[in-house]
Design a protein. Structure first.
Length: 595
């Protein structure tokens, strides 16, 4: 819903929020940010806010009304929006913001102290100081790229694979491959279903994680088809039968570690995996391989060249929109046909001074660019691209100081942005024509699970958020007691309803399915997690339990430092996104739960 310039937003929404908890946090009172419909306007001088108070409003400083300490907020607590005062930390906020785009800090993963937490690669590893400096230097001319495409065939070398060790069909115990990751089945030495109580679901099968370096390794992606649950881990790609966990096809071993994957799969169950060009510090993440998830067939291969100057493939991001594979480098992107590997088009700039440094794909293809990096009008711009041609359908310019950090949903488009100087955040939703539809004006500390983003924005790096055509389902951060899921009206940014987790642990949205929000409730130390269904319409939104995971496997379920999860075909899939490399830990790669 558009708003007239220089007028307060109607209905209490639209104010960029205060990024407490390192980027997701308690919002400040809504102010009056006029939606930036074009180039940012020159803001009026500040009107004397109290010292240290963040400036409100999408880059438009305005007078903030003083808080009334004795006046209760809407949630029964004193102060604006009911948010109590907290002891300040760095920057005057309770916790120190994480590097990058003000994301919430997360614990270090096992085996790799001092490196970014799981869910993202360490973009500094192997980067010379010159390259690191170049990432924040002036962005100059970017040229085209070269893609060499070859087709895999029957003469492609086969990698050694572990052989099946038994037939798990009909067994009450889940399968286990004794650490080789092949999915061969066999006995369950840990007896994860032992002592399973009436009404509890069971672990249908699980697979141990493969060997990984002592420093740890990424285990990117998780794709579920009608036939297979496919998982990447370090240098390999594994496929397991969705019913019993037996190997669906032989594991694929790549020459070097996997460095990027398409989070999505194509309509006919294809993905693309990127792996490193070598093992040295100068290796690039530029080797592409198309894979059929159902058969394991290896299709076309490609090598992606660098762009010009500072535009490199030290890290890339991949996404699929329709028939288009998007490969994003540090300052440009190239699109390919997902079926043939044929190059379709390049995206090198928005105008003269805007260089696209992030892409998000799925239902739509979105590009984000940083503009005028060394000038007086530094800002971000967003475009929706036609996946077939690369032409921009529309462009939206954010105000100076605001950085596009995450995309919570692509259809409808919901963007989370931050202002580091003002210590504020904002969630905006956009209509199909690119005009801003609404801004979220609900008091909450966001509890979505997001990985780190340092040199890259990692637009699609958050899980635990869902949306349908009219509603955003956002988890709150648990403080005392259960957290909540808040349904937010995308037409006006206001709260529709909220519901508490049915347990003391946090509840995270997964997807909207058949008119219900499917959510995952974390396990506790002595109880398994839950999968629940929440009606999105009607007067009651109480969670109904779909699965109660067994308490006997709670320690394993709790043992994932970072995880991916999905609900498909009445089964709940849980997998690790980071391997510790500890050979003594009996680390699990993936589990499937069901009745």
């Amino acid at each position: 819903m558009s708003q007239p310039p220089n007028q307060p937003p109607q209905g209490g929404f639209g104010a960029p929020q205060d990024p407490r908890q390192g980027g997701f946090g308690a919002p400040q009172p809504p102010q009056a940010p006029p939606p930036p419909q074009g180039p940012p306007q020159t803001p009026p001088p500040p009107q004397g806010p109290p010292p240290g108070a963040p400036q409100p409003g999408y880059g438009y400083p305005q007078q903030q009304p003083p808080a009334q300490p004795g006046q209760p907020g809407p949630y029964g607590q004193p102060g604006p929006y009911g948010q109590p005062q907290q002891q300040p930390g760095p920057y005057g906020y309770p916790q120190q913001p994480a590097p990058g785009y003000a994301y919430p800090p997360q614990p270090q993963y096992p085996g790799a102290p001092g490196t970014p937490p799981p869910g993202s690669r360490n973009p500094f590893k192997g980067k010379p100081a010159l390259v690191i400096g170049a990432a924040v230097a002036a962005l100059l001319v970017i040229g085209g790229t070269v893609l060499a495409v070859t087709r895999g065939g029957d003469d492609d070398p086969k990698n050694p694979v572990a052989q099946p060790s038994g037939d798990p069909k009909g067994s009450e115990s889940p399968t286990d491959d004794s650490g080789n990751g092949s999915g061969g089945g066999g006995a369950d030495p840990e007896n994860l279903n032992g002592g399973r109580q009436a009404g509890e679901a069971k672990v249908l099968w699980y697979q141990q994680a493969p060997d990984a370096p002592a420093s740890g390794a990424d285990a990117l992606g998780m794709w579920i088809t009608d036939k297979a649950a496919v998982k990447a881990a370090y240098k390999q790609l594994f496929a397991y039968n969705v019913g019993d966990g037996a190997a669906t096809w032989d594991p694929i071993t790549f020459p070097q570690k996997i460095c990027a994957v398409t989070p999505q799969k194509s309509a006919d169950d294809k993905i693309v995996v990127a792996y490193m060009s070598g093992s040295s510090d100068r290796a690039k993440c530029n080797q592409l391989q198309q894979i059929d998830l159902n058969t394991g067939a290896q299709g076309w291969k490609a090598s992606v060249a660098n762009g010009q100057l500072f535009d490199s493939t030290l890290d890339v991001e991949l996404s699929i929109t329709g028939k288009t594979l998007m490969v994003g480098r540090s300052q440009s992107g190239t699109a390919y046909d997902i079926d043939s590997g044929e190059k379709l088009w390049d995206k090198t700039r928005f105008g003269d001074k805007c260089f696209p440094d992030a892409f998000a794909g799925g239902e739509k293809l979105i590009a984000v660019a940083g503009c005028d990096a060394t000038g007086t009008n530094e800002h971000d711009e967003v475009q929706e691209l036609d996946p077939a041609t690369g032409k921009a359908k529309w462009t939206w310019q954010f105000d100076k100081g605001w950085k596009v950090a995450r995309v919570f949903s692509l259809d409808p488009l919901v963007i989370y942005s931050t202002n580091e100087d003002k210590k504020q955040w904002n969630i905006s939703t956009f209509a199909s024509d690119g005009k801003r539809r609404s801004q979220v004006g609900v008091a909450l500390e966001i509890g979505a699970q997001c990985g780190w983003a340092i040199l890259q924005r990692d637009l699609q790096g958050c899980s635990g958020v869902a949306a349908d055509a009219d509603t955003l389902y956002m988890p709150t951060k648990a403080t005392t007691g259960p957290n909540e899921i808040i349904a937010i009206n995308l037409a006006n940014g206001k709260e529709k309803w909220r519901v508490k987790s049915p347990a003391d642990e946090s509840m995270l949205p997964i997807k909207v399915e058949d008119g219900k929000l499917i959510a995952y409730v974390d396990p506790s130390y002595d109880a398994g997690g839950q999968v629940v269904a929440i009606p999105v319409t009607g007067s009651s939104h109480q969670p109904a339990k779909l699965l109660q995971n067994p308490a006997s496997a709670a320690s394993v379920e709790n043992g994932f430092f970072s995880k991916a999860f999905d609900w498909v075909g009445g089964r709940f899939y849980l997998s690790s996104t980071r391997l510790s490399g500890n050979d003594e830990s009996k680390e699990k790669l993936i589990l499937a739960y069901g009745k």
